[in-house]
Write a protein that binds this ligand. Structure first.
Ligand code: HSE
Length: 436
């Protein structure tokens, strides 16, 4: 069978990994794909560096249009990132009848519906295993391996940078700013880490997972997003004393009222396997009604781990390129005419448990006042911890863990608690998931 020909847009870290792994494992990959996979053209703005990386083996250009218009190219790999040029070239490649492989979560989470619709109309595949959790085959698991299940929820550590920072904060007791600087020095965090630390990157990935888990359109704009920039070392410490770790989780959950789609720092019991995922590693738990909980763990970024996912998509396409489009796996796992219109719930309507930290004057009745506000708000207390004031101090912290309740209940109760004269300053609120 003749080889399948690939054009590569962008040969940075992941592009170079893809090139190297394809070359190193070419025989093994061809045995699986049933044909050779051959990169015939690479486009990169830094043509000289690109040429150094690929040698004489394929043509190197600086204009991506030459790749998407190349008559011999069957598959375009987009590794440029962002929404501008990348979107333009992906849509052009589709219009030219090329299949697309992309690692671009930002592009798909914001313009996925348009891109998948265009691909559907043209009868080509857009594959994106590398867009979520790098080397972990979570898209494959959700779209195919778990296809018998009604997926109930997904919770994932899907951003390595923030997991590295949180692990360091817990290990060393350092605050966020100190650890971020260290992470940048070590190359774990980008020079501009905004998308990572503000939870945007995790929300892109959670959005994609929610779409394929529940058969809903990609709706990044409706995701609730909180990063880790405001997280304080003291809360990591108190959480630990209560038997919890704080992780930045991407959560997609089906409820009767709608879908919860949220990214925020979350307390999870330390005894859960996912609570012990440390450093830059990623992990995703998927709860299916038939299979129960399943856990996927691995590297969520990096040259060859991400290349591993890109090449898996290339092999899938090589196998299915000649199949009738309707016999392929649908882009979002569900047939396009069977999508659900379940709404994404606003954060006020989300139901979960909470961690509340109150700084209080150590006076008679303060606890009674707080608990009576909680009781009036039908918020049930699960655990409580009051620290003894330091020697000579008259103020202290009270930590309260609640049972499940709606966010708007907690917000209303916090307003009342903050109005108490014995409660000093703002109440710190974090969400807590038992993941059971
Ligand atoms: N910046 C991401 C992370 C990897 O830190 O996990 C690419 O999405």
């Amino acid at each position: 069978m003749k080889s399948i020909k690939v054009g590569l847009l962008g040969i940075g870290t992941v592009g170079a990994g893809t090139f190297n792994v394809l070359k190193r494992n070419q025989e093994e990959i061809a045995r699986r794909a049933g044909r050779a996979i051959e990169i015939v053209m690479v486009a990169d703005l830094n043509e000289e560096r690109a040429r150094q990386l690929v040698g004489e083996q394929c043509e190197v250009v600086s204009d991506g249009n030459l790749v998407v218009n190349h008559p011999d190219v069957d598959i375009v790999i987009e590794l440029i990132g962002g929404y501008g040029v990348a979107k333009d070239l992906v849509l052009k490649a589709i219009a030219n009848g090329k299949h697309v492989v992309t690692a671009n979560k930002a592009l798909l989470a914001t313009h996925g519906d348009e891109i998948f619709k265009a691909a559907q109309a043209k009868g080509v595949m857009v594959a994106y295993e590398a867009a979520v959790a790098g080397g972990i085959p979570i898209i494959k698991a959700l779209r195919e391996g778990l296809t018998a299940n009604r997926i109930e929820w997904i919770a994932g550590i899907i951003n390595g940078t923030t997991n590295f920072i949180l692990s360091e904060m817990r290990d060393k007791g350092s605050d966020f700013d100190t650890v971020l600087k260290e992470a940048q020095r070590l190359g774990y965090a980008e020079a501009d880490p905004t998308f990572d630390i503000e939870g945007v990157d995790a929300a892109h990935k959670a959005t994609l997972m929610s779409a394929i888990a529940f058969g809903i359109p990609v709706q990044f704009e409706k995701a609730h997003i909180e990063g880790i920039t405001k997280l304080e070392a003291v809360d990591i410490r108190y959480a630990e004393q209560l038997g919890y770790r704080i992780k930045l989780l991407g959560i997609a959950k089906r409820t009767e009222q709608g879908i919860e789609l949220r990214v925020h720092p979350t307390l999870i019991p330390s005894k859960r396997l996912i609570a012990n995922v440390e450093g830059a590693m990623n992990a995703v738990v998927v709860q299916g009604d038939a299979v129960g909980p399943t856990l996927y763990y691995g590297k969520g970024a990096g040259s060859e781990p991400t290349a591993s996912a890109v090449i898996a998509d290339l092999v899938d396409i090589a196998r299915l390129a000649d199949a009738q489009p309707e016999h392929r796996v649908p882009h979002l796992a569900f047939q396009p005419h069977s999508m659900s219109d379940l709404p994404i719930l606003p954060i006020a309507e989300v139901t979960t448990s909470y961690y509340l930290r109150l700084h209080v004057a150590d006076k008679l009745g303060v606890l009674a006042n707080v608990t009576s506000i909680l009781a009036e708000s039908t918020i049930s207390v699960d655990a409580m911890m009051q620290k003894e004031p330091a020697l000579g101090e008259t103020q202290t912290d009270i930590i309260i863990l609640t049972h499940q309740t709606q966010e708007k209940n907690v917000e209303a109760a916090i307003k009342k608690i903050e109005a108490l004269p014995t409660v000093l300053g703002k109440v710190t609120k974090l969400r807590l998931e038992h993941l059971s």
